[in-house]
Design a binder for this molecule. Structure first.
Ligand code: NAD
Length: 250
């Protein structure tokens, strides 16, 4: 079991990449604490995982809730900060409110989660040698610009900067910190973006057209990398923005 004996926290585990990652970590032997703002979305996870997954409601934009949650959970070996939101549009379409919402959810929440869990993770690393933080970024970030992803790209670039800084500060104390940078993944929120566009059929074709491999990713294309980066197999990997994008950034 690649994550045997490890305790892992996942945010935004109700659907999409977070949910699939929580289940994949549980299959690889981890005890998983799966969190989301949506209780209903979490409800079936314990049963689906053969009781390897516990669930908690956590709104990652709520600073007090994060402090209370980190205090309750204590030491963990792996933290996957998956929560994030896609604002669509150019800079001309982005209000101050849109910008602030994107940064609150995609970056400030991650800063708070990393900060809240680091003290106990440092203690765990001192005991066990190594712990791993994985922060969700995107290929749409400092790595590559995409049309109509201005606020999103800016937040995900910030995630990469945050990740590299944490990696640099704690590398000697056994804390690894990496950013995951997927291409376009077929998840409920992507379906929502396609369905709410003026021409959904064309919108889906456009998403696929930018993928050199000719298809969208499924969550199962992403979870093996999540497991790898949370496991000791990646013990020599830190501070990296790891792409899994079907060749978009070749
Ligand atoms: P999704 O957007 O379909 O689901 C997101 C989940 O986050 C939902 O279960 C929702 O309830 C939860 N959530 C929303 N607000 C929350 C909050 N304040 N606190 C806690 N949970 C909250 O999932 P997805 O498409 O797999 O995206 C997950 C992450 O992956 C995001 O950070 C996204 O930016 C990133 N990402 C997605 C893609 C893609 O194409 N889907 C590509 C690259 C990166």
């Amino acid at each position: 079991m690649r994550l045997g004996g490890k305790r892992v926290v996942v945010t935004a585990a109700g659907q999409g990449i977070g949910r699939a990652s929580a289940l994949a970590c549980a299959r690889e032997g981890a005890t998983v604490i799966a969190t989301d703002i949506n209780a209903e979305a979490l409800a079936s996870l314990p049963q689906e995982s053969g009781d390897r997954i516990e669930t908690r409601i956590l709104d990652v934009t709520d600073a007090d809730a994060i402090t209370a949650f980190a205090g309750e959970i204590g030491a963990i070996d792996g933290l996957f900060n998956c929560a994030g939101f896609v604002h669509g549009g150019t800079i001309l379409d982005c209000s101050d409110k849109d910008w602030d919402f994107s940064f609150d959810l995609n970056v400030k929440a991650m800063f708070r989660m990393n900060k809240a869990f680091l003290p106990a993770m440092l203690e765990r690393a001192a005991d066990k040698g190594s712990v791993s933080i994985l922060n969700m970024a995107s290929m749409a970030s400092s790595i590559k610009g995409f049309p109509n992803r201005m606020a999103y790209g800016a937040t995900k670039a910030a995630v990469i900067g945050l990740t590299k800084s944490i990696a640099a500060d704690f590398v000697k104390q056994g804390v690894r910190c990496n950013a995951l940078c997927p291409g376009t993944v077929d998840t409920p929120s992507l379906r929502g973006r396609i369905d709410s566009s003026p021409d959904p059929v064309q919108a889906e074709k456009d998403f696929i057209a930018r993928q050199p491999m000719g298809r969208l990713a499924t969550v199962d294309d992403i979870t093996p990398l999540v497991v790898y980066l949370l496991s000791d197999e990646s013990r020599f990997v830190s501070g990296q923005a790891v792409l899994v994008d079907g060749g978009v950034t070749i």
